[in-house]
Design a protein around this ligand. Structure first.
Ligand SMILES: [Zn+2]
Length: 283
């Protein structure tokens, strides 16, 4: 188990290093999976073509103390952060779901959300191809859940909220639950966009919420969106208070949806248990 986890972590960091290339070479309006992904990696400052030993995930950054070996300019912290997160995703998802086809769908979705988040932070855009990929994996996930291949023991198939999902649920049919969550997620954001005339959110957020709905289903998607809004409000206030952002500045929302999804996947049941224990204490 330890060796499997270590192997998956290293494999994950290598995928993370590819995600960095995908993120950095993306230009809004272009296909994120386009042919610009080919070609050698270079230092963004001096253009030095990087050797294999300068491209080892995490290690190269640490050994070079975060600087280019030629021009000594600093390398973005984004490189090791994305590599470490990808490694952690790859290593820990199978610990939660077992090493199944379903776990690979989850790894792929979390990696796509990671790439979408960093691109959203850098350029306030969520590439459609990433959202479409999540939606496509959403259909596959729903099919696996419907076929009983998702390893869920809850009354509500595919949920990460355990039996608490039953309290919020209206159907045990995975297809109905996932399509309903997609429609509600996308519509909810669309209403906010129309009411705020596009100032609060962008259509990229609405499309991503729809894709996550298709992937996670009802009621998990609602929990993800609640967590995303709470995180967005808290972190947005901190950024305003510390004057890092102004009220009229655009704030990327994709990362909150991504983090909300990860929180429900890893700790959804724990949060529900704590919440209902808290309610019991109250009455
Ligand atoms: Zn350089």
């Amino acid at each position: 188990m330890v060796y499997q986890t270590l192997f998956l972590f290293i494999l994950g960091t290598a995928i993370g290093s590819f995600l960095n290339v995908l993120i950095l070479r993306y230009k809004p309006g272009e296909n994120v999976f386009g042919k610009h992904l080919g070609g050698r990696s270079k230092c963004p400052h001096c253009g030095k073509v990087l050797k294999w030993y300068e491209l080892i995930p995490i290690l190269s950054f640490v050994i070079q103390l975060g600087r280019c070996r030629k021009c000594k300019k600093s390398i973005s912290i984004q490189y090791p952060v994305v590599e470490i997160l990808s490694g952690v995703i790859m290593a820990t998802v199978p610990l939660m779901t077992g090493l199944t086809l379903y776990s690979f769908v989850w790894v792929a979705v979390l990696l796509l959300l990671l790439a979408a988040s960093v691109i959203d932070i850098r350029s306030y855009v969520i590439p459609d191809m990433l959202t479409l990929s999540v939606a496509f994996l959403g259909v596959i996930a729903t099919a696996l859940i419907a076929l009983g291949k998702a390893g869920s023991t809850s009354l509500i198939p595919g949920t990460f909220l355990g039996s608490y999902a039953y309290v919020f649920s209206f159907t045990q049919n995975p297809w109905i639950g996932h399509i309903a969550a997609a429609v509600v997620g996308a519509s909810f954001f669309s209403v906010i966009i129309l009411l705020s005339k596009g100032k609060a959110m962008g259509w990229g957020d609405a499309k991503l919420a729809g894709a996550i709905g298709l992937f996670l289903g009802w009621p998990d998607t609602i929990m993800v969106l609640m967590i995303a809004f709470i995180l967005g409000a808290v972190i947005g206030s901190v950024l305003l208070a510390t004057k890092k952002k102004k009220l009229k500045d655009a704030l990327p929302f994709g990362p909150y949806i991504a983090v909300g999804t990860a929180i429900i996947f890893y700790w959804g049941l724990d949060i529900m248990t704590l919440y209902f224990r808290f309610l019991n204490l109250g009455v």
